[in-house]
Design a protein around this ligand. Structure first.
Ligand SMILES: [Zn+2]
Ligand SMILES: [Zn+2]
Length: 114
């Protein structure tokens, strides 16, 4: 993994997926764009907004935005890596449930995973 696509000075966009928050949707796990800080939902989530962001912007690297996870993933070679520390916070708020956010997750969410 090269440093292209990673900016350690950019703060994450917020505690939840940008698009899901806009659409009042929900997510399973969250990913953070290592280049611009966009927070999006994972590929198991209905929206798959982290991958959609990478596709539309060309930003190639995401980091986990889950507590206790510190991996990076590079879409160019589809490999997982260790990466540098990004600007805090390094994960979503600990009181935010998985799946999340509170109040927007349907009862049958497990059937809705991709
Ligand atoms: Zn989303
Ligand atoms: Zn980005």
């Amino acid at each position: 993994m090269s440093d292209v696509g990673i900016d350690t000075t950019v703060s994450p966009s917020g505690p939840g997926c940008v698009e899901c928050d806009h659409q009042l949707g929900w997510w399973f796990h969250l990913r953070r764009c290592a280049e611009c800080g966009h927070v999006g939902c994972c590929d198991n989530s209905p929206g798959q907004h982290a991958s959609a962001h990478a596709n539309t912007t060309g930003h190639p690297v995401i980091a986990s935005y889950e507590p206790g996870e510190d991996w990076f993933y590079d879409y160019r070679d589809q490999q997982f890596y260790d990466g540098p520390r990004l600007a805090p916070p390094e994960h979503h708020p600990l009181d935010q449930p998985t799946p999340g956010p509170a109040g927007r997750v349907p009862a049958d969410w497990q059937q809705l995973l991709r």
